[in-house]
Write a protein that binds this ligand. Sequence first.
Ligand code: SAJ
Length: 412
Amino acid sequence: MLFRNVSVIGLGYIGLPTAAVIASRGVNVIGVDVSQHAVDTINAGNVHIVEPDLDIVVRSVVKAGNLRATTQAEKADAFMVAVPTPFKDNYEADLTYIESAANAIAPVLEKGNLVILESTSPVGATEKLAKWLEQARPDLTFPQTHGDNADIKIAHCPERVLPGHVLRELVENDRVIGGMSQACSEKAISLYKIFVKGECLLTNARTAEMAKLTENSFRDVNIAFANELSMICDELDINVWELIKLANRHPRVNILNPGPGVGGHCIAVDPWFIVSSAPDTAKLIRQAREVNDSKPHYVLNQIIEAAEQFKKPVVACLGIAFKADIDDLRESPALDITKMLAQQNIAKVLVVEPNINKLPESLTELGVELVSLETALELSNTLAVLVDHKQFKAIAPELVAKKAVVDSRGIF
Ligand code: SAJ
């Protein structure tokens, strides 16, 4: 076997599922994370993040001895870096976690090793990773100077799995493999072939970086189009949902769904990496970000207007997750709207979120209460639909007929 030991650096939403899936193929996987809590949790056969079925896979590979977590990097045949790449105040990508990962693995690197960057990255980040490794290990050769003959092979292979479907998409999705040389790409493909059933598509590192950013910007721009349409339709007294349904009957039109804004850790972030690399040219991509970022405020104003018709407004916010049928509150426009509404202090605010059993402190300290759907329907006079969870889509229309409804997801 070409890869007896694979090390995954960063055991988060991408790293842990990747580590577990590779381990489930009989490879010895060493997971590295700076969080002692994450390491202890995983070594006990548990998970510190929520993703369907991940707990089952992790438990079985830890028990079988194929996955072990540690805070200290160890020797391996391949290293896969899956650390966060947030943006800074000026929307430029913050590569500090990648640099720390480079410094963590540099001391244990050996001739013949493969290093993969999976983190979503601005164009040029893989070259930077290679430079950091080269600086730390002048005794080894790297592809930026030695091409195909380098001791260390380096590639960018962006993750592209959908939260909530990670285990399936990790295996089934096609992968873009961007090596710093042909030999780098080929070695990387042989690693992914261990667990990927989709096709491995070969390119260079810069194109692979841009491909990932492009995928999420494509989605952001298209959601922005839908969000802008929804606001235009409000102005013109047209039902945007009916409009989109009609327009989508054209064979070459496929408009996405308007919503309360764009959340999650990816789509609202990645387009900024393109904008900060090409600020004068990326006009449409920037504008889309701005439209989507403005949508929560727009929906908030609609809710306030609806609530103010009542002497004692009680608003039930349906959903605070960033999208349907998950418990993930990261960068959630629904959560932001609920918070901003509570801060206005114009109504009693109730939250229904079937996927969590405790509200974040940022809401409880404002007096917001988590209630059941039944209680919310009984006590509220204003309904704000912020997430299209399956439980909400099943609400009988007559139960909401007498309420003021702001339906940002078009479920009614
Ligand atoms: N949304 C809308 N209208 C739509 C579709 C989505 O308002 O028609 C909103 C959602 O409610 C949510 C946000 O957009 O707030 C993003 O949700 P999503 O399901 O589109 O995507 P994510 O962020 O969960 O995952 C994305 C995926 N990228 C693409 O689909 C192009 C996933 O494949 C990536 O791996 C992931 O980003 C990532 O890690 O980059």
